[in-house]
Design a protein around this ligand. Structure first.
Ligand SMILES: Cc1ncc(COP(=O)(O)O)c(C=O)c1O
Length: 413
């Protein structure tokens, strides 16, 4: 029986991260450093240096980072924020938490914001434009920045998928007023849950410094849960194909030992009891370890993506919109097909768990409809792409043999 191939499920974790998590949990002299410590400053300095920006701030998640980016840019009740359709609901919730209104912009065939549709939907209430570099492929930053400048909008780059991606010789995240990052479990690098902002603008920096003053550190139980989740996924995944791993993760979930990407309260659009918070020191320590590997992980992703392109190009039943995208870091390899549900089922029967970013315009699909503010039909291309999307894994555990397994599975459909 072959091992399960995962797309998500903490794919970036390495033995060093698991050792660090064990250390923080089981060595009593490290307990004092679980929530506060010098790793937070170290992670912020390392990220600012990597991004060639003057400052960086860390948070408990990308959604908290985005909330503070919007706050620092003065977004408040009644303001409009341009955000692309084909995104994660927590992006939208960062806007609605400030009582601002998300204005959904349709996307291009590369899953990023269409500058023409953005131009069309700007009104006197529009304050901020968020550009998302979906799957690690840089958006059309040049055109979007022109649109923003013409209407004096402030800008944020959502680099949750694109840490390390280059655009015209500079990293994504360095063009807008603020760069925003996520270090959640399935992102470019991860520390279970985390996020960050970077900027070169002194006024924004002063504002973010002020906002940081009252931001509490996460409760101890949240930090412990994140560290346990790293360990449990590490133990369970190699046993998944034997059902044991499945059972371990199921029990851990039922007992609320493992952390969830989105809570039921969040899915109803009612915010979260745990956020917003700072990044915990123990997670910042793991983030520092991961940051040192980002370029290696991205090189691997590109190699794997090229191989998928070679395998899938002759197969007329699948479209590969980012196959020729040279600047993408290919966090995941998106594929369009007629019936993604059928492919997911077929893949699962062969021990392959494919990704579903994004099978809804505002994902995941079980979000309360009125919580997203999305108006059906307002972004037709995003709706069409969401209907046909699935994604293949490119992370560090994927070998050329596993690419062949995925390729064989797809051609046997
Ligand atoms: C495009 C995008 N931006 C932001 C976020 C928020 O990141 P986090 O899960 O760290 O809050 C996500 C989450 O999946 C995302 O997909």
């Amino acid at each position: 029986m072959q091992r399960t191939i995962f797309t998500g499920f903490y794919p970036n974790t390495c033995a060093r991260d698991v050792r660090a998590a064990f250390g923080f949990l089981f060595l009593p002299w490290r307990w004092g450093k679980l929530r506060k410590g010098h790793s937070i400053g170290r992670a912020e300095k390392a990220l600012a240096t990597y991004q060639s920006q003057s400052r960086a701030w860390t948070y408990d998640s990308g959604r908290t980072a985005l909330y503070y980016a919007l706050k620092a840019l003065g977004v408040g009740p009644g303001d409009h924020v341009l955000v692309q359709a084909y995104t994660c609901a927590v992006v939208v919730f960062a806007i609605t938490q400030l009582e601002a209104t998300p204005i959904f912009i349709d996307i291009l065939d590369d899953f990023t914001m269409d500058p023409t549709d953005a131009q069309r939907k700007i009104t006197s209430k529009t304050k901020v434009l968020i550009m998302q570099h979906t799957f690690g492929a840089p958006a059309n930053i040049e055109s979007l920045m022109i649109v923003a400048q013409q209407h004096a909008l402030r800008t944020i780059e959502d680099c949750a998928h694109s840490l390390g991606a280059m655009y015209n010789g500079n990293r994504t995240g360095t063009y807008a007023d603020i760069g925003m990052f996520s270090f959640g479990s399935d992102k470019v690098i991860s520390c279970s849950r985390g996020g960050a902002l970077t900027t070169d603008d002194e006024t924004i920096a002063a504002s973010l410094d002020n906002l940081q003053v009252d931001l509490p550190v996460p409760p101890l139980r949240t930090v412990i849960r994140h560290l346990l989740t790293i360990i449990l996924f590490w133990i369970a995944k190699p046993l998944y194909h034997l059902r044991i791993g499945h059972v371990i993760l199921y029990i851990a979930k039922r007992l609320h030992i493992t952390s969830r990407i989105m809570t039921d309260r969040e899915k109803r659009g009612q915010g979260s009891a745990v956020y917003p918070r700072r990044l915990a020191n123990a997670l910042a320590h793991i983030l520092c370890q991961q940051l040192a590997q980002v370029d290696t992980l991205n090189e691997h992703r590109k190699t794997i993506a090229n191989q998928y392109s070679r395998l899938l190009m002759p197969n007329k039943r699948f479209q590969t919109p980012l196959a020729a995208h040279e600047s993408s870091i290919h966090l995941r390899y998106p594929v369009l097909c007629e019936d993604p549900d059928r492919v997911h089922r077929h893949a699962k029967s062969r021990g392959i768990l494919l990704g579903d970013w994004y099978s809804c315009v505002v994902a995941p699909c079980d979000i309360a409809a009125d919580a997203t503010y999305y108006v059906e039909g307002s972004c037709p291309r995003a709706e069409a792409l969401a209907l046909h999307s699935l994604n293949l894994p490119t992370h560090r555990r994927i070998t050329m043999r596993e690419v062949s397994r995925v390729g064989d599975m797809l051609s046997s459909l």
